[in-house]
Ligand binder design. Structure first.
Ligand code: F6P
Length: 353
């Protein structure tokens, strides 16, 4: 009789809807299908450093599928970047071994997968699960959290559309996404954004204002401008991208302009059904990989199939919107302004890791 495997789970980085579904997917598959023992570390990697954990059994996994946030808590503690005089990676290794762990599941975005890859490199059995509303994790077509955030953003932009329409205004809406423009691109297209500005594409304020003035001159009652928070602008330490664009539109046109920043609302509340399913499937895959003894990988969605990629391939990269992304090209065909004048070539911002 093979010895019972013991696995740990942690969630790290910015929270998002779906993490609890992933925890449940890993945990229930491990417990029920593979007879494993499961513990959950509290507050990301700090739980592993402080041996702050809880046992996860069927009862503790019950009822969390539809819950937002993470029942384990999270943090942005980065063991390999810490200025702490303690050798945190070694402490983690010691705790991993003294707890008798056979594997560790790290649920997180880019930073978490980077830490996971480095822990794998020093000998721990690691499986990564990609999560973030930003959808910018390399190696997977999508992360859970993204679909829910697109739903939240789209519903909010629809609401802002009606008030902009009533007041004949330009409404500038900033959405999260860190250095990627996926959330702005998808929610902007879903809500009929007239202008969508993303970090990956250079923009010309003259072109933006010309489009807005042209729309107003043609009798359009309002305009919707969706701005990704990571959009480059001259005063990043003084104002948000949305505030900068709003100020410039007011200065360069006579259009009545207001701004709304959706911020953390995009990370709150229950996961969409699609994210519940994706997170659950990622979790089940992670437990299966562990049972097969396959480590140093991150589960992923590739062309519609659940698979896995080496963590070393993911580490240090960002998945950004390509300038020829089909959604950008189709948006242009619909008349969406991405920050350049019609027919003009659009410069591309170099990707930042
Ligand atoms: O990575 C998710 C995210 O929400 C980004 O979109 C955003 O820039 C960042 O986290 C905010 O980080 P924090 O929650 O630490 O303020």
């Amino acid at each position: 009789m093979a010895a019972k495997m013991k696995i740990g789970i942690l969630s790290a980085g910015g929270d998002c809807p779906g993490i609890n579904a992933a925890i449940r997917g890993v945990g229930k598959t491990a417990l029920l299908n593979y007879g494993m023992e499961v513990i959950g570390f509290n507050n990301g990697f700090s739980g592993l450093i402080d041996k702050d954990f809880r046992n996860l059994d069927e009862a503790s996994l019950s009822g969390i599928l539809t819950m937002g946030g993470t029942v384990l808590g999270t943090s942005r503690v980065k063991p390999f970047k810490s200025t702490d005089e303690n050798d945190l990676p070694n402490i983690i290794c010691d705790n991993y071994r003294s707890l008798g762990l056979d594997a560790l599941v790290c649920i997180g975005g880019n930073g978490t997968q980077r830490t996971a890859s480095m822990l794998s490199d020093i000998g721990l059995n690691i499986v990564g699960v990609p999560k973030t509303i930003d959808n910018d994790v390399w190696g997977t077509d999508t992360t859970f959290g993204f679909d829910t955030a697109v739903n939240i953003a789209s519903e909010a932009i629809d609401r802002l559309h009606t008030t902009a329409n009533s007041h004949r205004r330009v409404m500038v809406i900033e959405v999260m996404g860190h250095n990627a423009g996926w959330l702005a691109l998808y929610s902007g297209l879903a809500s009929g954004g007239d202008v969508i500005l993303i970090p990956e594409l250079e923009y010309d304020l003259e072109a933006v204002c010309e489009r807005l003035v042209e729309r107003s001159a043609n009798g359009k009652p309002c305009s919707i401008v969706v701005v990704a928070e990571g959009l480059q602008h001259p005063h990043p330490n003084k104002k948000t991208a949305g505030a900068y664009i709003t100020k410039k539109i007011k200065k360069m046109t006579d259009l009545d302009t207001r701004e709304a920043n959706l911020g953390y609302i995009l990370r709150g509340g229950a996961p969409s059904p699609a994210d519940r399913i994706l997170a659950t499937r990622y979790g089940t895959k992670a437990a299966t990989l562990i049972n097969e003894g396959r480590f140093g990988v991150m589960v992923s969605m590739q062309q519609g199939s659940i698979s896995q990629v080496p963590l070393s391939d993911v580490c240090g990269k960002l998945r950004l919107v390509a300038p020829d992304d089909k959604m950008v090209l189709e948006g242009r065909m619909l008349g969406v302004c991405f920050g350049r004048k019609p027919g003009e070539p659009q410069a591309v911002r170099p990707a930042e890791g």
